[in-house]
Design a protein around this ligand. Structure first.
Ligand code: CUA
Length: 311
C-alpha cells in the first residue's frame, strides 16, 4: 500500500477525528451554501426574467421574518463552529501533565530530536503508542513548522523562544513529518518520519542509544563545566540564587514584579541575565548568548527542572 501521498491521511492521534469533524463540517456548510446560492441564482434569473420591453417589476416591501431568520440562524451556526473550534484548540494547546517530554530543534534543513533518556535522532521521531507526548521546540535560525498530518497537528518553531505541541498516537506505524513553513531553498527536503511503536518496543529502542548520558546528566555536566555551579549552589547564600525548587514557582524580581520560572524565563535568564534580576541579587552573571547551543540549553533546563524532584 502506498502511503506516499494520501488524499486523506490516517487518523492516528486522539484528536485527529475531532479536527476532521470540524473540517468536514466547514466543507459541508460551504458546499451547502455555495450550491444553494448558485441554484437560486440560476432559478430566479430564469423565473423572473424580463418578458417584454415595457414590463416594470413589482415594488418590494421587505420581510421582517426573513431578515430575522437569515440573521439568527447563521449566528447560531457561527457560534457552533466557534465552540467546536475553541474546544479543539484548547485541547491541542494544553499538554497533559503526565506527557513524555521530547525536545526538538529545527535548523536549515533538518529536525534534531532529543529524548530525555539521552537518545538523539535526526528527521525521525520515535514515540510510544497510547501515551501523551509533549514536544518543546525551538529553531536555530529561521521559522520552521513541525507538522504531522496523520496526527492533525502543526506548530511553528520559532528562533529565540520555545513553542510546545502535544499529541497521543493511537496507531503504531510510520507517518510523515513535514516542515510546513517555507524556510529557504531546501525547505522541501526538511521532511522525516514519525515512528509510533508499542511501549515495550519503544523502551528497547531507547535502550539502544549510543550515548548513555541522559539529558539531566548532560545538563548537570554542563552546569559544572560552564561554571553555573560556582554561584548557583544547592543551598542559598551563593552569589546567585539557588535553582533548587525554582522551576514553575514565582520569582520576585528587583523591579518588584513577580514572574513564573517557566522554560521561557529560565532561557532568558541564561541568554540575557541582566534583563530580569532576582530580588536581592546583583547583575553579575555573564551572558551565554551565542556560546551554548539550543540543545545544551534544553539540557540545562531539564537539569534545572530535575532539581525540583530531588528536593
Ligand atoms: Cu524548515 Cu521549511
Amino acid at each position: 500500500m502506498s502511503k506516499d501521498f494520501q488524499l486523506h491521511p490516517d487518523l492516528a492521534s486522539t484528536f485527529a477525528w475531532q479536527v476532521d469533524s470540524l473540517y468536514f463540517l466547514l466543507v459541508g456548510l460551504s458546499v451547502f451554501f455555495s450550491v444553494g446560492v448558485v441554484f437560486f441564482l440560476v432559478l430566479f434569473s430564469v423565473k423572473y426574467r424580463r418578458r417584454s420591453e415595457d414590463e416594470r417589476p413589482k415594488p418590494v416591501h421587505g420581510s421582517t421574518a426573513l431578515e430575522l431568520a437569515w440573521s439568527i440562524i447563521p449566528l447560531f451556526m457561527a457560534i457552533g463552529v466557534f465552540t467546536l473550534g475553541a474546544e479543539i484548540y484548547f485541547r491541542m494547546y494544553r499538554p497533559p501533565a503526565d506527557a513524555i517530554d521530547i525536545f526538538v530543534v529545527g535548523k536549515q534543513w533538518m529536525w534534531k530530536i532529543q529524548h530525555p533518556e539521552g537518545m538523539r535522532e535526526i528527521n525521525e521521531l520515535h514515540v510510544p503508542v497510547g501515551q501523551p507526548v509533549k514536544l518543546t521546540m525551538t529553531s536555530e535560525d529561521v521559522i520552521h513548522a513541525f507538522s504531522i498530518p496523520a496526527f492533525r497537528t502543526k506548530r511553528d518553531v520559532v528562533p529565540g523562544r520555545y513553542t510546545t505541541m502535544w499529541f497521543e498516537a493511537t496507531m503504531t506505524g510510520e507517518y510523515h513529518l513535514f516542515c510546513a513553513e517555507y524556510c529557504g531553498t531546501q525547505h522541501s527536503t526538511m521532511i522525516g518520519r514519525v515512528i509510533v511503536m508499542e511501549t515495550d518496543e519503544y523502551q528497547d529502542w531507547l535502550g539502544g542509544g549510543v550515548s548513555g548520558e541522559s539529558m539531566v546528566d548532560a545538563g548537570a555536566r554542563q552546569f559544572e563545566q560552564l561554571g553555573c555551579a560556582t554561584c548557583h549552589k544547592a543551598e542559598s547564600g551563593g552569589r546567585g540564587p539557588t535553582l533548587v525548587g525554582v522551576f514553575g514557582e514565582p520569582v520576585p524580581l528587583s523591579t518588584g514584579e513577580t514572574v513564573t520560572a517557566d522554560e521561557a524565563y529560565l532561557r532568558e535568564s541564561i541568554l540575557a541575565p541582566a534583563t530580569q534580576i532576582v530580588q536581592g541579587y546583583q547583575a553579575i552573571m555573564p551572558t551565554f548568548q551565542g556560546q551554548i547551543s539550543e540543545e545544551t540549553l534544553m539540557q540545562l533546563l531539564t537539569y534545572i527542572k530535575s532539581l525540583n524532584e530531588s528536593e
